[in-house]
Write a protein of this length. Sequence first.
Length: 262
Amino acid sequence: MNFALFLFLLLALTGAVWALDVAVLRRRRPTDARQPWWVEYSVSFFPVILAVFILRSFIVEPFKIPSGSMVPTLLIGDFILVNKFTYGIRLPVINRKIVTLNTPQRGDVMVFRYPPDRSLDYIKRVVGLPGDRIEYRGKRLTINGAPVPVRQIGDYLSRERMQYSNRFVERFGLTEHEILTDADSPGMPPFARAFPYAANCNYNSEGLSCVVPPNHYFMMGDNRDNSSDSRVWGFVPDENIVGKAFFIWLNLNELGRFGSFR
């Protein structure tokens, strides 16, 4: 279900009733007469729905993490907030950008419409910017010919799968984040879909090399061997961007994770 569309239709309906009441119905009612129930409910809920619509469409939107592809940064069950305006102002429902502000940077954790099915929202980390040459071979990332700095730290125990993974700190410029790899997993997902600009990529048994096309981004999960990402389904176009994730506000299984997202 497209919640943004549902909210817009509900706003339009209650707003139309509110406007009709102000312009016509209120003048025709006797002074002591009550509003019809459908008018009363619409007039009461319209400002609430309007506030929620503006907040969710242009300022901040909540999401829940459904999978482990971003472990250890984000865990299953994390409720996060996404900044809707940091990359520009977009019209709700159709998601068309009308004002350009900042552009995504390497290392940003970004929510976007899943390219093969735009009705789904995905969350991954921005790895490649337009024009970048991305190589991922032997479980190591290279950008424009320069290996991305990593250092290994203690192993990570997955509570969902009850197994240990190798844990590294990866650095993009001045920002750092943790990633996981599994020693027993192959360096690449088992298959890749056909996707736009697939000719920009070269695959082999060790990994892949891709040149990111204009106005597109290469996304990867921090749980590198357990993530379906741009290695599998290709690049994310700018028009699919939803916003930048920036805050964990709830996890019912781990209340201490409040505000822990960097």
